[in-house]
Design a protein. Structure first.
Lengths: 183, 913
């Protein structure tokens, strides 16, 4: 998993608690890492240890933490790092989601070590669409849910998200998310 | 350009190159790719390429139809003139099929922000255009750069912190050594480097086994040690830092800890130099050993007991003192083991007190194991444990049995000495009585005889008898004076007297002796105040003695007595009296001893001139009591000069009459006197003295007869001898005061001149005291005083306002300051009623001490106000010693005191305010 995600976790912890809490969590993860470079790949297991420790220390469930990270990532990147890129992804949430597979295809080329995951947009109507997220990683659907919520806020749209189904196909999990525009 | 082999519609062109341009041969733009429509408003008319765009690369003035051929197929970079930030890159090709120039290219942006700036989205690019990816990469690089900068900053901060810790570690006085779990050394600090003599940089060449011999060649022991360290927080052990090069070993206390650094196990050892602690520990051990030896060998017995008093520990000296071994005493209750009765109680009490009283010393009588009685001096102190809690006491015991015996012997010796002293006093009193009583008779008779008509021969015999008895009296008086001086009983009176008259009297007394000699007696008096305050009688005694000596030892020439008074200062006058003679003088050797007792120049003096050798000693003592000085200069054969210097308060001339010859016979006329005296001759003397008055005298010979007489009669005055057979004067007076409740004035007549007896008499209820032999003046004055007092009292009883006070003394103190006088009187009037009330209250409570204390307090006021009738009375009350036999007299004295004071207050209010 790229350092980008670890740094986002750090930002969430520092913003909601403090730096000391982050160091405390990291110290408990049995790692030598003190810093994460966004473009470096780190062991997935470290992320799951981090989540487990954070769950204990922050008194939030791992799902909640992942959603927080996803939402924060959008807010943070919107305001700072990847704002232009995100905004270049579409003029509204729907177009962004529709562009997502395409965006993702480009990103895969830039990050050669990225693990295979995929987005597919299904059953698109005016106020609703279904997004299928496919990944070998566990629980990252919650991170995705967080990013979608963050994007809805960014585009200032009233949207409901719901995980409709999770299906395992070998080691791969398909998560179907229904996105519904309420206004 | 070759012919096209695929057909390419405008729509296709827009997909592949959304930023294409079609130009005619004049380089006018005929068609725009769809991408341009988002960037600026496209005019319908054709526009020259060079009017809309500015060529950035290659650098040309302008690109037009004239030079286009050169740049066909080459990379061109140009920007929109109206938005120079919008750049494009690509190339222009000539397309034969349409005979037009076509620009194939795309946007050339260098940051993601530009996309946002120009509202360009990903869909505005051809799918194969990698610009977006490039921008993404650029952005990523920016982000990573930022992250790296942040990490570097953070590392720098950590590096600074690390340096601080390194400095601390380097500067600490503890040696720090770090090794890996396998024993390979990793780090030592500066102190460790100094101690083990190995440079810090070389430490990695060593293993822990090079320093810790116990682990050398024992890897399993080291492994076990490491394992143990992992299971505990830390270990503290004692060891040594050894410097092989210098062969120095430093004792250390080592804190050893296992820590993980970056996932690698390390052993950290921090060694503290404990040389000083070790040295002081050793010193302490030596001291402890020393004191242990002292305690066990000292002659003082040391015992430690618990809170209940049970023996916990003792030294060998105590074993010797007690006679028991420690084992026999251990756990036993010490007070019960060694003592009985009140001493056991004392020991128990001390044990209890020790919980609150830190330390004290006391003596107890104990019995040792053998049953021998021993006195121990015990110095006890509270014993605390290391938490400061009281756990019992420690006592140091000294056997003082021998000292106690010695003390008792001394006590007995002292008692004997006191008895001997009392015997001496008693002997002197008796001797004085035995000699004075008949002497009183003799002198009285001589005085009586001298009033008769005598022939010359008889007169001559009478003179001789008078001189002889006078001398005898003088000898007795001298002996008594010395006794009084030695006993500290001699007190001087303070009365107003005329020094000039005193000197003239002395001259008159001694003139007779001069008549027989062939020299001149010169008296020279200058500047002496008319009245001075002092003891006239004692000063007369001194002057008679010294002038008498001068006369005695002078055969020719002169004897001169000069008296000079200096100017009065602060109410006092300095007086210098010089007695100069041209007599035999005193040898140098004798001069130094001249003021010593019983010293005469040689035995022949006593034979030739008589005397006791006490005169000068008494003179010196008396002058010094008067706070004056006396000195003597003499030369053998040339004569002697005695100089007396005094500084006496100036008195009142008016007050002098009291000291003069008694003439107030009328006050004692027609009074009834009871004379209680066993000695017939003395009775005769009294009769003789009072013969000039009209007083009636009833004679009885002892106290018992007196009591009997008084049961039926009430005389005005009683003259009472103190020592009489059957019943003495003291006993009789007590009965008169207590049982008969009579307040008739009683004057004691006694040959005992010692102050102790006079005080006893005054306390028992006598009103005055006359020592035998008395002269008529003394007796008459005393009777007069008592009569006047009694009259005052009677007058008071009759509520007749006779003046009971005299302000003469106060006037003298005030020296004309009337304000002061008024203040003093005011103060007296304010305080006295309170004092009277307090006395009466105290009497009700039987609080004698309070009454005595008030008497002491009001005594100066009574003196200042000249309340003569209370002068002695208040002093008697002050000195009262309670006794059931004399309490009635005491009560009547208090009644007299309070009523007189109340009367004085009334009189003062009436007369003086």
């Amino acid at each position: 998993m790229y350092g980008l995600i670890f740094n986002t976790v750090k930002e969430v912890v520092v913003e909601n608690f403090d730096l000391q809490k982050w160091e405390e969590i990291l110290d408990s993860c049995d790692t030598k890492e003190s810093f994460f470079i966004s473009t470096e790949v780190y062991d997935d297991a470290l992320m799951y240890r981090l989540l487990a420790v954070a769950e204990q220390k922050l008194k939030f469930s791992q799902q909640e933490i992942l959603e927080m990270i996803g939402e924060h990532w959008i807010a943070s990147t919107t305001n700072t790092k990847y704002a232009a890129l995100i905004k270049a992804g579409g003029s509204d949430l729907k177009s962004f989601i529709c562009n997502l597979p395409f965006l993702h295809s480009r990103i895969i080329l830039l990050y050669p070590d990225i693990q295979t995951f995929n987005f597919e947009v299904l059953d698109q109507t005016k106020n609703q669409l279904e997004l299928v997220y496919t990944s070998e990683r566990k629980m990252l659907e919650y991170f995705l849910m967080g990013t979608l919520k963050g994007l809805a806020k960014m585009y200032n749209e009233s949207v409901e998200f719901k995980i409709l189904a999770k299906e395992m196909n070998g080691t791969v999990q398909h998560t179907k998310i229904m996105i519904n525009w309420t206004k | 350009m070759s012919k096209s082999f695929i057909g390419f519609s405008e729509s296709d062109l827009n997909k592949v190159f959304p930023y294409f341009l079609i130009l005619n041969t004049s380089l006018e733009i005929e068609k725009y790719g769809k991408g341009f429509f988002k960037l600026f408003s496209i005019q319908k008319n054709t526009v020259l390429f060079s009017n809309l765009f500015e060529l950035n690369r290659p650098v040309l003035n302008r690109l037009d139809a004239t030079n286009i051929e050169v740049y066909l197929g080459k990379l061109l970079v140009f920007s929109l003139k109206e938005k120079s930030s919008l750049q494009f890159k690509g190339h222009i090709e000539y397309i034969d099929s349409i005979a037009k120039y076509v620009f194939f290219g795309t946007l050339a942006l260098n940051s993601m922000q530009q996309l946002e700036e120009h509202n360009i989205s990903i869909n505005d690019f051809s799918l194969n255009d990698s610009l977006v990816d490039l921008l993404y990469v650029i952005k990523n690089n920016e982000i990573v750069n930022e992250e790296l900068k942040e990490a570097v900053n953070s590392l720098n901060t950590k590096k600074t912190e690390l340096q601080l810790f390194r400095d601390i570690i380097s500067s600490t006085s503890d040696a720090i050594q770090v090794c890996y779990e396998d024993g390979k050394m990793k780090y030592i600090n500066l102190e460790a480097s100094k101690r083990i003599g190995i440079a810090m940089k070389d430490i990695e060449k060593y293993t822990v086994f090079d320093f810790e011999a116990i682990f050398k060649d024992k890897p399993e022991a080291w492994a076990a040690h490491v394992k143990h360290l992992k299971s505990v927080d830390f270990l503290i052990v004692e060891g040594a830092n050894f410097n092989k090069t210098e062969n120095i070993s430093i004792p250390v206390e080592v804190t050893v800890k296992h820590i993980e650094l970056g996932g690698v196990g390390h052993i950290v050892a921090i060694s503290r130099d404990i040389s000083e602690r070790k040295a002081s520990q050793k010193n302490l051990e030596i001291q402890e050993e020393k004191y242990r030896n002292i305690i066990s060998n000292m002659n003082l017995g040391l015992v430690e007991v618990d809170l209940e008093g049970n023996v916990v520990m003792c030294n060998s000296s105590f074993e010797k003192l007690a006679g028991y071994s420690f084992e026999e005493m251990k756990g036993k209750h010490a007070p019960s083991l060694f003592s009985r009765g009140k001493f056991q109680e004392l020991l128990n009490q001390k044990n209890t007190e020790r919980k609150t009283v830190a330390s004290d010393s006391y003596e107890v009588l104990v019995r040792n194991k053998r049953g021998d009685a021993k006195w121990w001096l015990i110095s006890g102190a509270t014993n605390f444990n290391d938490k400061g809690e009281v756990i019992g006491s420690v006592g140091i015991h000294l056997d003082i049995t021998e000292q106690k015996k010695l003390e008792k012997d001394l006590e007995i010796a002292l008692l004997k000495a006191q008895k001997a002293s009392q015997a001496k006093e008693s002997f002197l009193a008796n001797m004085s009585h035995e000699i004075r009583t008949p002497l009183n008779g003799i002198l009285g008779m001589i005085e009586a005889l001298s009033l008769e008509e005598l022939n010359e021969k008889q007169q001559s015999f009478l003179n001789s008898a008078s001189i002889a008895s006078g001398h005898l009296l003088s000898v007795i008086n001298n002996v008594l004076d010395i006794t009084k001086i030695e006993a500290g009983e001699l007190e001087l009176s303070k009365t107003d007297f005329s020094l000039e008259k005193l000197l003239r009297d002395v001259e008159l007394i001694l003139k007779n002796q001069v008549r027989n000699n062939h020299f001149e007696l010169i008296i020279d008096i200058q500047g002496v105040a008319p009245a001075l305050v002092g003891d006239e009688i004692r000063l007369r005694q001194v002057l008679i003695n010294i002038l008498g000596n001068a006369i005695k030892f002078t055969e020719k020439g002169y004897v001169k007595m000069c008296c000079f008074g200096e100017a009065v200062s602060n109410g006092k006058q300095k007086i210098k009296i010089e007695i100069i003679d041209t007599g035999v003088g005193i040898g140098e050797k004798s001069l130094s001893k001249i003021f010593e007792k019983f010293q005469q120049e040689d035995a022949s003096i006593a034979r030739k001139f008589g005397g006791t050798g006490l005169g000068l000693v008494i003179a010196k003592e008396l002058i010094e009591l008067m706070e004056g000085t006396i000195s003597l200069e003499s030369k053998k054969g040339s004569g002697t000069q005695v100089t007396i210097c005094l500084n006496l308060p100036v008195g009142e001339k008016d007050a002098l009459s009291e000291n003069e010859e008694f003439t107030q016979y009328k006050d004692i006329d027609a009074i009834d006197i009871l004379l209680v005296e066993d000695n017939q001759m003395n009775r005769l003397v009294v009769q003789q003295v009072l013969s000039k008055t009209n007083a009636t005298i009833k004679e009885v010979t002892n106290g018992k007869e007196a009591i009997k007489y008084l049961e039926k009669n009430t005389p005005d005055l009683i003259l009472m001898d103190v020592q009489m057979p059957i019943m003495g004067g003291m006993e009789a007076t007590e009965i008169i005061r207590k049982d008969l409740q009579l307040d008739i004035p009683i004057i004691a007549l006694s040959a005992n001149a010692l102050k102790s007896e006079i005080d006893a008499c005054m306390l028992i209820g006598f009103n005055d005291y006359i020592t035998k032999p008395f002269d008529r003046n003394t007796l008459l004055k005393s009777i007069h005083k008592c009569c006047v007092n009694q009259n005052q009292k009677n007058t008071m009883n009759k509520d007749n306002a006779q003046k009971l006070y005299s302000l003469n003394e106060l006037k003298q103190i005030a020296m004309g300051d009337t304000d002061f006088m008024q203040k003093m009187i005011g103060l007296f009037l304010e305080i006295t009623p309170k004092s009277v009330g307090e006395i009466q209250e105290a009497l009700k409570r039987n609080d004698i001490e309070k009454i005595k204390s008030i008497a002491h307090k009001i005594k100066p006021s009574i003196d200042n106000m000249g309340i003569l009738s209370l002068k002695d009375l208040v002093r008697n009350i002050e000195k009262y010693e309670q006794d059931e036999n004399n309490f009635a007299a005491f009560e009547s004295q208090i009644a007299l005191l309070t009523t007189t004071l109340q009367k004085v207050v009334e009189q003062l209010k009436e007369n003086e305010l």
